[in-house]
Design a protein around this ligand. Structure first.
Ligand code: PMP
Length: 455
């Protein structure tokens, strides 16, 4: 039973002593004090099915016994030295991470958060190319540090200072809300088409979005001075946006023709979540020059990394580069055990099997309810977009969205929220969920939507 500070006391502290701009899920925030695998428990002992995993972070399950054991074992041996000495865990972890990556992606820099990873990736790309300008996609989220916030292209997260200096945004290749759409036949592995069923392997809107990217490259960037292009293989915070099939491959080719490096931000899409592949970019048939990763890598432990090629890393060696906690013994021990558990518990396979099952059930819901505009995603990185009107695609009002979101919570299912208008329910659970959990979530969704749509 729960013995800590009361709900009301915490609310006071939150108001007085914590960052007032904290993002809080639901109209009345939950007090969570324990977790086990896909379950979270509040102060009354009530159990919730966690379909958001602390924003796609708890990859193999809350307090997974094997990961906990690895952390405890290391905790009792050695916490920290920084990497000024050799330590077996950081070496083993670096080797294990690179074994999951293709091509020449062999050199690992350990850091502590996704923002830090993207900061470092920006610096690497700029040093390697000798150029400064970077292109990202509108609706992207790449971090909130003063450097990485420039890559993030959501007005909601930005402050009024020169945080975007040297960063340009290209039009978002969003098949549902984008300029040229592209649905029906074009999304990577949605319920409408799969990589294998799509004839020709790409769709016409992909080329239009690439042409628009080229406009940015040729109009906004000083000639021959592109440092990098950043993209999430599937946008996370932006509301589980999948690009039209063929887009990312063509975009990478174009960026390289302009002399820039390609960076895949795998902070949400990595570690087997997309099911078919370990890394999201593999679903697009590309190999980036730099990969950034965080969240799932540590199952909730503050841990992140940048992986690049020896040639790029060599440019970074012109000065000393240091990070006190990056790859520390405990985080490396946790990271290694997460990789073990992904294999042993077959979590990637679970995403591959349950993802399409879940998505097809969501598609049935989309066809039944007037406020469900779209469902999409790959593996266990799914999204459901709510609208006021299916024809006009007008985003659902914030009040109705909150009603649905709270309604799900009241019946014991926690989902995330995202998208430019906060109109997308995000489903990115710990990868250990079961078919029964999916069936439960679908039943709850129907009950909540029945109620909202009846009004
Ligand atoms: N990249 C992506 C794709 C993310 O979703 C996030 C966090 N939501 C980040 C980077 C930044 O990670 P962090 O919050 O650990 O700095």
């Amino acid at each position: 039973t729960y013995k800590g500070m009361s709900y009301d006391e915490m609310k006071e502290v939150r108001k007085k002593n914590l960052n007032p701009a904290l993002v809080t899920n639901f109209s009345k925030p939950l007090l969570i004090h324990e977790g086990h695998m896909q379950w979270l428990f509040d102060e009354t002992g009530r159990r919730y099915l966690d379909l958001f995993g602390g924003i796609v972070t708890v990859s193999v399950g809350h307090c997974h016994p094997k990961v906990n054991e690895a952390a405890k074992e290391q905790l009792n041996k050695l916490w920290h030295t920084t990497n000024i000495y050799m330590h077996p865990k950081i070496h083993e972890f670096a080797e294990r991470i690179t074994e999951t990556l293709p091509g020449d992606l062999k050199v690992v820099y350990f850091v502590n958060s996704g923002s830090e990873a993207n900061d470092l990736a920006m610096m690497m790309a700029r040093l390697y190319t000798g150029s400064f300008d970077i292109v990202t996609l509108r609706n992207a989220y790449h971090g909130a540090s003063p450097y990485s916030i420039g890559l993030t292209a959501h007005g909601t997260w930005k402050f009024g200072f020169a945080n975007g200096f040297g960063v340009h945004n290209a039009s978002n290749p969003d098949p549902y809300r984008g300029l040229w759409g592209g649905y029906r036949d074009c999304v990577v592995q949605s319920v409408r088409a799969t990589e294998s069923t799509l004839e020709g392997g790409e769709c016409s809107s992909a080329q239009k979005y690439v042409d628009q990217l080229e406009e940015v490259l040729s109009y906004s960037i000083p000639r021959g001075q592109l440092a990098a292009f950043f993209a999430e293989p599937i946008q996370g915070v932006g509301g589980t946006v999948q690009f039209p099939l063929g887009y990312l491959k063509k975009a990478f080719e174009k960026v390289r023709a302009y002399g820039g490096l390609c960076v895949a931000d795998e902070v949400q899409s990595g570690f087997g979540r997309t099911g078919d592949h370990f890394w999201g970019f593999e679903g697009h048939d590309v190999i980036p020059d730099i990969v950034t990763m965080a969240k799932s890598i540590g199952n909730g432990f503050p841990l992140a990394a940048v992986v690049t090629t020896p040639a790029i890393a060599a440019t970074m060696s012109k000065a000393l580069h240091f990070n006190t906690f990056g790859g520390n013994p405990i985080s490396s021990a946790v990271g290694i055990s997460v990789l073990d558990v992904i294999k042993e518990d077959k979590t990637q396979e679970n995403c591959q099997v349950l993802g399409p099952y879940f998505l097809n059930k969501l598609a049935e819901i989309r066809d039944k309810y007037p406020i469900v505009g779209d469902v999409r995603g790959k593996g266990l990185m799914l999204g459901m977009e709510l609208v006021e009107d299916k024809e006009t695609r007008q985003p659902i009002s914030p009040q109705r969205m909150m009603e649905v979101w709270d309604g799900l919570r009241d019946l014991g299912v926690l989902m995330g929220r995202g998208g430019h208008y906060g109109q997308v329910l995000r489903i990115k659970p710990p990868m250990c969920i079961t078919k029964e959990d999916v069936d439960f979530a679908i039943a709850v969704l129907q009950q909540v939507l029945d109620k909202t749509c009846d009004k």
